[in-house]
Design a protein around this ligand. Structure first.
Ligand SMILES: NC(=O)c1ccc[n+]([C@@H]2O[C@H](COP(=O)([O-])OP(=O)(O)OC[C@H]3O[C@@H](n4cnc5c(N)ncnc54)[C@H](OP(=O)(O)O)[C@@H]3O)[C@@H](O)[C@H]2O)c1
Length: 357
């Protein structure tokens, strides 16, 4: 059994650890992790590891953590009823060769991991989908699914919330870390709505790329926020950068209609930006609340169908410019992790790691 471990609280420190293969108890199954994507979203799981309990999904030795990833695995051994050896699944996985799960609610669509240590954690992360019956799944788009599916799901909810709360059409929507995949997916969806003006905020090195996407109306670098036109606006924050947030709030002041805190790509700048924050208090975007609301409004199946329908055109469009960087094995996991945590990844690319057999 191999694991990629990160030192909690000292995120640049990481190591690859070897241990004995895990034993199975009755009712459990052993997943062999096959492949996963690695973007800033995974770094956010580590940054928020304590505050939002992300370290608790896949416990590790004291002081160390296994950063959650989204990807594919295969059932290697099974002592669980209804879970067949060889089933290929998609879900939330550790950067490890194997994961022991305790499947419950197993059927042709997959299963839920009912492991006791996960019981108090958000249930959205517990479901493992059998690729054979997953409406999202297409073999030829596996890489795009690993990289973009969890991000797109969030973007769908953000676009829907902004429209539902009538924030579109009340001045421009200003998006930080506009070069991130989650921001791009949200902008892709918002750009399809009438009367939406999208303003990208990004770093100088990503400005040309962001402009080339053709989904934002205008693009500004972080040091030119004071040249934005004043008036009502909504801020959707993927960067989590305190200084950028301060600059946006100070610029729009009380005319800022809403400030939505979604991500923390600038993870070392969370505490930057001093003084009182003018305008509305940032509202933390909490996906499970929107899932509950829309499942109730539309019914769970209709909700899932709407996400799946919106996904296909996005997946196709993104395949036209996104270049996966392929890595193999645990050293590739470590190299990719360090690249992403240092912000060294060109936004036209993204890491996909295969652990092989
Ligand atoms: N709340 C939720 O439910 C939810 C769900 C999904 C994603 N998110 C969040 O959305 C954010 C975007 O995730 P993603 O996976 O889409 O990101 P990504 O595509 O990997 O983002 C890459 C971009 O992020 C910025 N960046 C990344 N690392 C950086 C670093 N070390 N220093 C400075 N800038 C850095 C740069 O953008 P710029 O140069 O344009 O700033 C870079 O081009 C993450 O914080 C993620 O957690 C939240």
């Amino acid at each position: 059994m191999s694991d990629f471990l990160v030192k909690r609280g000292e995120l640049r420190e990481c190591r690859i650890a070897e241990s004995a293969p895990p034993a199975l108890e009755p009712g459990q199954a052993l997943l062999r992790v096959d492949s996963f994507g690695l973007t800033a979203n995974n770094i956010t799981y580590a940054v928020m590891g304590e505050a939002m309990s992300y370290w608790d999904f896949f416990p590790a030795d004291h002081g160390w953590g296994r950063v959650p990833m989204w990807g594919f695995a295969e059932v290697e051994r099974s002592e669980a009823e209804g879970v067949e050896v060889g089933t290929r699944i998609y879900g939330y996985l550790p950067p490890s060769s194997h994961l022991v799960v305790t499947p419950v609610k197993a059927d042709a669509s997959g299963f839920v991991d009912g492991s006791l240590h996960r019981a108090a954690l958000p249930s959205a992360y517990h479901r493992y989908l059998a690729t054979a019956s997953d409406p999202f799944y297409r073999e030829e788009t596996e890489e795009m699914q690993m990289l973009l599916r969890p991000l797109f799901f969030t973007s769908f909810l953000i676009d829907d919330q902004l429209a539902d709360e009538e924030l579109v059409g009340r001045g421009p929507i200003v998006v930080s870390s506009a070069s991130s995949k989650t921001a791009i997916a949200a902008a892709f969806l918002l750009a399809q709505r009438e009367e939406v003006e999208l303003i990208a905020l990004t770093s100088a090195r990503s400005a040309e790329f962001v402009e080339s996407l053709g989904i934002y109306d205008r693009c500004f670098t972080y040091d030119t926020i004071d040249s934005l036109k004043r008036g009502p606006a909504t801020y959707v924050d993927f960067a989590g950068d305190g200084a950028v947030r301060q600059a946006v709030h100070s610029h729009f002041g009380d005319e800022l209609v809403h400030s939505m805190a979604v991500g923390v790509t600038h993870w070392e700048e969370l505490g930057a930006g001093a003084g009182d924050l003018p305008g509305p208090r940032p509202a933390f975007f909490f996906a499970p609340n929107r899932v509950t609301k829309r499942s109730k409004d539309w019914g769970r199946l209709d909700f899932e169908q709407r996400v799946a329908d919106a996904w296909q055109p996005f997946c196709e469009w993104t395949s036209g410019w996104l270049e996966p960087i392929h890595g193999e094995g645990f050293e590739a996991v470590r190299d990719a992790y360090l690249d992403v945590i240092e912000g060294r990844v060109d936004p036209r690319t993204a890491h996909v790691i295969s652990l092989g057999d």
